[in-house]
Ligand binder design. Structure first.
Ligand SMILES: Nc1ncnc2c1ncn2[C@@H]1O[C@H](COP(=O)(O)OP(=O)(O)OP(=O)(O)O)[C@@H](O)[C@H]1O
Ligand SMILES: [Mg+2]
Length: 258
């Protein structure tokens, strides 16, 4: 398992007019080994940017990311990123999409067995020869997840993976994700803008503010799993989070009161 320490991170992008804009500023937080944390924030606050930084795909303009005591200087195969949009390759079937990254990395040991294991785990066995265009969005998300897991990552970063799904498909996949997290013992960082989803998953929830993005609030979630959304404690914490969220983003106050 992996622990991650994010220290005083800034990240700037160059705008169309050539001037840099800081989208992340002085961002600091830590993730303990095996912890499941959720980062909650409005659209555009920098959630995807943080995950790209944590996966070593882009680099900060200041600050550093320490993984198991060492600065992160390039993508680490032990850290797997599940992107916000589907990244399945349309010319490969489900089975080949799942093993694509392993083949590129020459991580071939027991590969057919691992493919079978993750097809089974994600309930995709009957779809192994299907192409992405033949899959529902829910099935595509299962393939994305199998592909992120097959390399046995020690940390999994998930970027709003279930946002486009209907309520019950999302619930089922959240439940399955928690079982996988329990079974394979990995560190998870999950980003979302959905408060209920955050409370169902996170041992700790961090709320971001916007423009530029940094952490404005943290909450430990002391509830056992599985979390029941109608339980009094769940409802109380949801209200607390809603209040914090609206304080951080003033524009939401009137919406919350509707
Ligand atoms: N490559 C880039 N070049 C310039 N600006 C960028 C780039 N990537 C992201 N941004 C800007 O950085 C800010 C944060 O983007 P990011 O995608 O991280 O937000 P987000 O919180 O993931 O949003 P959403 O919830 O809509 O996915 C946005 O203002 C976005 O326009
Ligand atoms: Mg995003």
């Amino acid at each position: 398992m992996i622990d991650i320490e994010v220290r005083n991170l800034d990240c700037a992008f160059i705008q169309n007019n050539g001037t840099p804009i800081n989208v992340i500023q002085d961002l600091s937080f830590n993730v303990r080994k095996g912890e499941f944390i959720v980062i909650l924030g409005e659209s555009g606050c920098g959630k995807s940017t943080i995950l790209q930084l944590l996966s070593g795909l882009i680099f900060p303009t200041a600050g550093e990311i320490i993984v198991n005591g060492h600065p992160l200087t390039r993508p680490d195969p032990a850290i797997s990123l599940l992107f916000q949009g589907s990244t399945l390759l349309p010319w490969l079937n489900v089975s080949d999409n799942i093993q694509f990254g392993c083949r590129i990395r020459k991580d071939l040991r027991d590969l057919p067995d691992r493919v079978d294991r993750y097809l089974r785990m994600m309930k995709l066995e009957q779809y192994r020869s299907f192409y992405p265009q033949e899959l529902s969005v829910g099935l595509s998300k299962r393939v994305d997840l199998a592909r992120a897991l097959i390399g046995n990552p020690k940390a999994l970063l998930l970027d709003e993976p279930f946002a486009p799904l209907d309520y019950y498909t999302k619930k089922r996949l959240l439940h399955e994700l928690l079982s996988i997290w329990n079974e394979v013992q990995m560190t998870c960082v999950y980003v979302t803008h959905d408060i209920e989803e955050a409370l169902q998953l996170g041992q700790r929830i961090l709320i971001m503010n916007n423009d530029p993005g940094s952490i404005a609030f943290q909450m430990e979630v002391p509830l056992p799993y599985p979390r029941i959304i109608t339980d009094q404690d769940f409802i109380r914490l949801k209200k607390e989070l809603l209040d914090e969220f609206s304080l951080i983003s003033n524009s939401l106050t009137s919406i919350n009161n509707e």
